[in-house]
Write a protein that binds this ligand. Structure first.
Ligand SMILES: O=C(O)C(=O)Cc1ccc(O)cc1
Ligand SMILES: [Fe+2]
Length: 383
C-alpha cells in the first residue's frame, strides 16, 4: 500500500475569482511590540507599519513586519476586558489567528463560499486612506482561525489603510542579511479525524483541490504517526497542509500540539529561500535555534544519492554542519530545516525550504524529522 499520493486531477477551474497569493499572517499575542521585535532581530524582518492608540486604533496595537513577500502582523488588545481576543490569547498563548489571501474578484469568492455554507465572520467592507482603498472579508475556518480575503488592486500604501509607516530597525545593519522570499505553505494541526472534513471545507467553500497526501499505512517512527493532506488553490502557489494524529505506541506530536494549543491551529509556517545554506548560517548567527539531525542521516543520504539521477549542487558536508534535510526524486530535490518552537508552548515553529524542481513536503525525511521532534518531546516529558 502506498503512503503518498500526488493528485493529478485539479478538478474544475473556478469560473471566476483567483487566490493570488498569501497576503499576510496575523498573530494574536499578549505583547505585540515585543513579539514584532523577535521577528526583526532573529529572522531579519523589517518594521513596515503600525496601528495603535497614537493612530486612532483604540482596541488593538498592530505591528507589521516584512521580509520580502512575507508579511506578519503582530496584534495585541489594550483593554483588560473579556473579549474573544483576550480569551483566545489566554487559551492558546500567542498564536496565528488569521491567514490572509490576496484575491481577485472578492465578491464572487465570498458569494460562492456563502452559498457553500462558509461562516462569514465579517462581510465585505472597504477601508480607505490617502493611498487608495482595499476591500476585505473574513471567513471562519478550523478552530478559532479565520481567513481574511484582500482585494488590494486599488491600493498603493505600505500595508493597509489606517496604518502608519515605520522606520527600519537600527539593529538590522549590524546583523547578517536574511534572504527568504515568500511563504511556501502554512500547516494546520487538527484533532482526531478532523483532517478530512477540514480538507473538504477548502474544496467546497474555496474551490481548492487536493495536492498531495500521506496516510499512516507506514508508522514513521517507532512511536508516533500522523496523516497529512495538502490543499491548494488552482494555481498551486497557496498550499495548506492539514495534519491529524494517528495511533502509535506513544503520543503523536500532533496530539501534543492540540493539547497545548487547546484545539486545532497553525503548526508551522514554511518560508522559501533560493540559498538555504547562506540563510541558515545567517539565521544561526542571529540566534535562531533549529532541530538537530544525527550524522547517520547524512551517511545514509550520501550513499543513496550515489545511486540517484539527481545531482544536489550543495555540499552535503555543509548541509550536515547546518542540520539541513534533503528529499529528492529523479527530477529534483528540496532542502528543508525546522526551527525549535518559537514560543514557550510546543505549538508553532518555522520551516525554511529551498526547492529545486521538487514540489513535495519532505516525506522522505519524515522518519528522521519526527525522531528529532520526539527527542524534544521527550525532553518536555510529553512522549
Ligand atoms: O508536511 C510538511 O509541511 C512538513 O514540513 C513535514 C512535517 C509534517 C508534520 C510535522 O509535524 C512536522 C513537519
Ligand atoms: Fe512543511
Amino acid at each position: 500500500m502506498s503512503v503518498q499520493t500526488t493528485y493529478t486531477d485539479k478538478g474544475k477551474k473556478p469560473e471566476q475569482g483567483r487566490f493570488v497569493s498569501f497576503d499576510h499572517l496575523t498573530f494574536w499575542v499578549s505583547n505585540a511590540k515585543q513579539a514584532a521585535s523577535y521577528y526583526v532581530s532573529r529572522f531579519g524582518f523589517e518594521p513596515v507599519a503600525y496601528a495603535g492608540l497614537e493612530t486612532g486604533s483604540r482596541q488593538t496595537a498592530s505591528y507589521v513586519v516584512r521580509l520580502n513577500k512575507i508579511t506578519f502582523v503582530l496584534q495585541a488588545q489594550y483593554d483588560p476586558v473579556e473579549t474573544s481576543f483576550n480569551k483566545e490569547v489566554a487559551i492558546h498563548g500567542d498564536f496565528v489567528k488569521d491567514i490572509a489571501f490576496e484575491v481577485e474578484n472578492l465578491d464572487y469568492i465570498v458569494e460562492y463560499a456563502k452559498k457553500q455554507g462558509a461562516v462569514v465572520v465579517k462581510d465585505i467592507w472597504e477601508a480607505k486612506d490617502e493611498f487608495g482603498s482595499v476591500r476585505m472579508a473574513v471567513l471562519k475556518t478550523y478552530g478559532d482561525n479565520t481567513h481574511t480575503l484582500v482585494d488590494r488592486s486599488k491600493y498603493k500604501g505600505a500595508f493597509l489603510p489606517g496604518y502608519q509607516s515605520l522606520q527600519t530597525d537600527p539593529i538590522s545593519k549590524h546583523l547578517p542579511k536574511v534572504e527568504i522570499n515568500f511563504i511556501d505553505h502554512v500547516v494546520a494541526n487538527q484533532p482526531d479525524n478532523q483532517m478530512e472534513p477540514v480538507g473538504s471545507w477548502y474544496e467546497r467553500c474555496l474551490q481548492f483541490h487536493r495536492f498531495w497526501s500521506v496516510d499512516d499505512s507506514q508508522i514513521f517512527t517507532e512511536y508516533s504517526s500522523l496523516r497529512s493532506l495538502v490543499m491548494a488553490n488552482w494555481e498551486e502557489n497557496v498550499k495548506l497542509p492539514i495534519n491529524e494524529p494517528a495511533e502509535g505506541k506513544k503520543k503523536s506530536q500532533i496530539q501534543e500540539y492540540v493539547e497545548y494549543h487547546g484545539g486545532p491551529g497553525v503548526q508551522h509556517i514554511a518560508i522559501n529561500t533560493e540559498d538555504i545554506i547562506t540563510t541558515i548560517k545567517n539565521l544561526r548567527e542571529r540566534g535562531v535555534e533549529f532541530l538537530t539531525i544525527p550524522s547517520v542521516y547524512y551517511k545514509i543520504i550520501r550513499e543513496k544519492l550515489q545511486h540517484s539521477k539527481v545531482r544536489v549542487a550543495e555540499s552535503i558536508d555543509e548541509l550536515e554542519r547546518l542540520h539541513i534535510l534533503i528529499d529528492y526524486d529523479d527530477n529534483g530535490y528540496l532542502l528543508q530545516i525546522f526551527t525549535k518552537n518559537t514560543q514557550d508552548r510546543p505549538t508553532l515553529f518555522l520551516e525554511v525550504i529551498q526547492r529545486r524542481n521538487h514540489n513535495g513536503f519532505g516525506a522522505g525525511n519524515f522518519k528522521t524529522l519526527f525522531e528529532s521532534i520526539e527527542l524534544e518531546q521527550a525532553k518536555r516529558g510529553n512522549l
